[in-house]
Design a protein around this ligand. Structure first.
Ligand code: GUN
Ligand code: ZN
Length: 352
């Protein structure tokens, strides 16, 4: 390794003479793998993990919004960001696409904690201007302005990247979603991160809130949010034509099996997402705090079962791919992370 990047790769016997003066770290009987990539997680939801008994919409109202209220306080947000990052690293996750809260302070606190540790992380301020308690609402205009300020402050600072983050169609007006689309046009290399078609009641509510749309994905499409570097969490209830549209757009789905089981949302159709005709980028997401584990290994375990329940097989090799290089491809970061190729960033996990 040199300057945080992979300098060379190969059999020890072939490389040892070339690098005679280099200090060596040796991990006998351990497995060194590329760091895990979590393509969907909420840092403010650490403390509400295992809040039980409800499905999505009730769970949000009963537990989630009350928890996220606390992140107006930057000192509190910084404390949770530290706990969160310690937990991610303990589980071998070195890159994540992360929800903050509606408060710009939560984004500053998170990025500051990541910068201190020189991590490659992606986050952004949550946009939400309706259907939530007043204390969590912004407006279409303030969300646009605050996001823009944060992009200019943080995007591509060191290894940090920004994601424009409308929570989901239920909590944004059409005007807010369109302004998010406008921001993406102004800053074409930032991400779009949101939730999509997770739960049956949610899909019905979106149809009611957007009567002119052809479906849930179309709400985002009409606002120009469906593109490459757009990451949609869940997609459990997607229709065939929506999978096709995601494939054509180069967008990604974050498959979050522990969350989908915990909230009773359903079984993600991984085999359809990976069809030969219309393949969609897929990464794994823990979706803490609806998800029940920080561990991407545990997440592959549950992914295996979700696929089994649909009478398909998920091989360990494909699971490892989803957890590493597949996640990197979903985030369009496979030129910098995801495997041991020379020149990539040296983010590894050592498994005991
Ligand atoms: N949909 C909108 N907000 C959320 C959230 O915080 N968690 C999950 N799992 N789904 C959502
Ligand atoms: Zn989520």
């Amino acid at each position: 390794l040199e300057n945080g990047k992979i300098k060379d790769f190969g059999d020890y016997d072939l490389l040892k003479d070339k690098y005679r003066d280099v200090a060596i770290a040796c991990y006998p009987d351990k497995l060194i793998i590329p760091g895990f990539i979590d393509t969907h997680i909420h840092f403010p939801q650490v403390e509400m993990l295992a809040s039980y008994g409800e499905q999505l919409l009730e769970w949000l109202n009963k537990y989630t919004f009350e928890t996220e209220k606390k992140f107006r306080d930057k000192t509190y947000a910084a404390k949770i960001a530290d706990i969160f990052l310690d937990e991610l690293l303990k589980n071998g996750t070195t890159t994540a696409l992360v929800f903050a809260t509606v408060h710009p302070e939560s984004v500053d606190a998170f990025f500051e904690a990541c910068a201190q540790r020189n991590l490659r992380m992606i986050t952004g301020k949550v946009l939400m201007n309706r259907n939530a308690p007043d204390f969590l609402l912004d407006t279409a205009k303030t969300s646009y302005q605050e996001s823009k300020t944060l992009i200019q402050k943080w995007h591509k600072q060191g290894r940090l990247l920004y994601a424009i983050t409308p929570r989901f169609a239920v909590t944004s007006t059409d005007e807010q979603l369109h302004l998010a689309g406008q921001l993406l046009e102004e800053f074409p290399d930032v991400y779009l991160h949101t939730h999509l078609s997770e739960n049956v009641d949610e899909v019905a509510l979106v149809a009611q809130l957007f009567p002119d749309s052809k479906g849930y994905l179309d709400v985002y499409d009409q606002a120009k949010l469906v593109r490459s570097r757009s990451v949609f969490a869940h997609g459990v209830q997607l229709r065939d034509d929506e999978f096709q549209r995601l494939s054509e757009a180069g967008s990604a789905i974050a498959f979050c099996p522990t969350s989908n089981l915990f909230l009773g949302s359903g079984l993600f159709k991984l085999m359809q997402a990976k069809s030969a005709d219309f393949p969609v980028h897929v990464g794994l997401g823990t979706d803490i705090g609806a998800g029940t584990s920080f561990s991407i290994l545990q997440t592959t375990h549950e992914a295996y079962k979700v696929v089994q329940l649909q009478r398909h097989k998920l091989s360990p090799f494909k699971a490892l791919f989803l957890a590493t290089l597949g996640g990197a491809k979903a985030l369009y970061l496979d030129h910098v992370i995801g495997n041991f190729e020379i020149g990539k960033e040296a983010d590894f996990a050592v498994l005991d």
